[in-house]
Design a binder for this molecule. Sequence first.
Ligand SMILES: [Zn+2]
Length: 134
Amino acid sequence: MTPRPKAEAKARRQLERTVGRKLPATLHCSFCGKSQLEVEKLIAGPTVFICNECVAMCNDVIADRPVPAAGYTKPLERSTEQLLSLIGSVNYAADASRDFLQSIVDTLRQREVSWAAIAEPLGVSRQSAWERFS
Ligand SMILES: [Zn+2]
């Protein structure tokens, strides 16, 4: 990865403001689990990240080109050090996704959408949705 400390620091501050949550020191691709130090580029979404290698693989899938299985490491087969490094990114994504889900529910409730309508796509009872999100 080409070091671009100023650009990265700016992007981090912007994302932290948007999501309202501090980013872990090292970020990882949400698809392959590689750290930002292992890839050329890591692109941020609201709660997930994707590396240039996974983007290239996605482009192959979209273009109906064969995707080589070699080179793909199952996340849990990584070394202990790599898994320890990955924990911060996965925790960030889980917390940020939960916050985003709560924001969606809050917005729907502000629009006076019923708990029953919110519960249905979640596959839970109206009571469960209310207990979880109110
Ligand atoms: Zn990746």
